[in-house]
Design a protein around this ligand. Structure first.
Ligand code: F0G
Length: 454
């Protein structure tokens, strides 16, 4: 059959409150044109993030009821640990309340001033935790990964030559090599098994550990199965196990590829480092068998991990984004190609050339999508990255709008509606106006800044 159906039925629904265009214009104005300040029940289709927004399955809700809330040694922890280890066979699995807490644990222990930590592309919170430890977070994506319109099967790959050069020149200053799968900040693009193995080998040749930020590991494995030589006959689980077999540890946000609404973990093979991490965990997150989570959260994650490697799910998941991207492309809307695993990225700078980067074309498009159709996406561009530490401003490398798909939440008619909103916008895109910032904090301004339309 050509039609890839949602491989689930819906048993429990959340109504969407319909709003009018006038209402949305008023609400957005009142929110200072900052989409983070909207009440989410004023949003029709919320594509702000795929993080923590998954629909849990009936089996996950069932598992929630078996959660054991003992302070120490709860069976929920052992079920969680076994489920993680079934996919990622690390010696120490340390739960944390979300991905960034795992990153904080790791980098507060291994990163110091003068250090440099390479990655294909660090996610913002990873970068933040590395920089907070006084170290430098260095992105080494392949050249193809920097051009939105270019097709490449593994655009998330790391530039291994650049990595080898860095290790030769500054290896002593590198405490670990990191790889983010899929590469979120680079458009949700996958990393090949060959590239993961290559990066691990270079790290190990220099006696350095190799860590994976595995937030979207199952989507990455699906792309490997589809696109990498001789992987077509292999199971997702085998590909996942191979992916992590070359790593010395991982950080994870269970809010992505574990179908959970909260949670994460740090996994390590190094006994001494794990002991330090657990000590720090007790200080900041909680006892090592719950790590800032309720027992029921650990059970939801354990069940979610068994569901995320399902091929019918992954086929539908990745196809949803590809479908939207293809239809937008046909409308002449410039999208990142090929479509990523968890989101569709629209190149707003290219689509709205009349808006200069310092008038925030990405943000202007995100606001227009809300007003036109109640869709909430997220600017990834000059609002997010344009402000320098000295308060000056310069255009970001790109001005994109990310439409991130919550897992198992929206259906094909929602996808068609998203495309139709773009179709309407396309008719009068030249009338979309830029914005200026009227109020902003000194850092991470995109969350709280306020704007005026020009
Ligand atoms: N690493 C990657 C690749 C991520 O995408 C995220 C979160 C994190 C780490 C941090 O995990 O949120 O559990 O602390 N990404 C979300 C997003 C917020 O919208 O892309 P967390």
């Amino acid at each position: 059959m050509k039609t890839i159906i949602e491989p689930f039925r819906i048993k429990s629904v959340e109504p969407i409150r319909m709003t009018t265009r006038e209402e949305r214009e008023r609400l957005l104005r009142a929110a200072g044109y900052n989409l983070f300040k909207l009440h989410s029940d004023d949003v029709l289709i919320d594509l702000l993030t795929d993080s923590g927004t998954s629909a849990m399955s009936a089996a996950q809700w069932g598992a929630v009821m078996t959660g054991d809330e003992s302070y120490a040694g709860a069976p929920s922890f052992y079920r969680f640990e076994a489920a993680v280890r079934d996919l990622m066979d690390f010696k120490h699995i340390i739960p944390a309340h979300q991905g960034r807490a795992a990153e904080h644990l790791l980098f507060s222990l291994i990163a110091n001033p003068g250090h440099v930590i390479p990655s294909n592309t660090h996610f913002d919170t990873t970068r933040g935790n590395i920089e907070a430890a006084g170290a430098e977070a260095l992105d080494l994506p392949i050249a193809e990964g920097k051009v939105p319109s270019l097709e490449h099967p593994f655009k998330g790959n790391m530039d291994l030559e650049a990595l080898a050069r860095l290790m030769d020149e500054r290896g002593d200053a590198v405490p670990c090599v990191m790889m983010t799968i899929t590469n979120n900040a680079g458009g949700g693009q996958p990393v090949s098994l060959a590239n993961i193995r290559g990066a691990a080998e270079i790290a190990h040749q220099h006696g350095k550990p190799f860590f994976i930020d595995g937030c979207r590991f199952a989507e990455n494995a699906w792309f490997i199965k589809l696109r990498e030589d001789s992987q077509q006959e292999r199971s997702i689980k085998d590909i996942v196990r191979d992916t992590f077999a070359v790593a010395d540890g991982m950080t994870m946000s269970a809010k992505k590829d574990a179908f959970a609404n909260i949670g994460g973990w740090l996994a390590l093979n190094d006994d001494a480092l794990a002991e330090q991490a657990r000590t720090r965990l007790i200080q900041t997150e909680g006892f090592p068998t719950y790590g800032g989570l309720a027992g029921r959260d650990l059970d939801a994650i354990a069940q979610g991990l068994t569901e995320i490697v399902d091929e019918d799910y992954l086929r539908y998941r990745v196809r949803t984004n590809a479908y939207i991207a293809e239809r937008l492309d046909a409308l002449g809307v410039p999208v990142m190609k090929p479509a990523g695993g968890h989101a569709v990225f629209v190149d707003a700078r290219e689509w709205l050339p009349h808006i200069p980067p310092l008038e925030y074309p990405g943000h202007a498009l995100a606001c227009a999508l809300y007003e036109e159709g109640g869709i909430r996406g997220c600017e990834i561009g000059t609002v997010m990255f344009g402000r320098k530490p000295d308060g000056s401003e310069e255009p970001a490398r790109m001005d994109l709008v990310r439409l991130a798909m919550p897992r198992r939440v929206y259906t094909q008619s929602h996808a068609d509606y998203i495309v139709e909103v773009f179709e309407e916008l396309a008719k009068r895109k030249d009338e979309i106006r830029g914005l200026k910032i009227v109020k902003e904090p000194p850092m991470m301004r995109h969350f709280t800044a306020e704007f005026k339309r020009l």
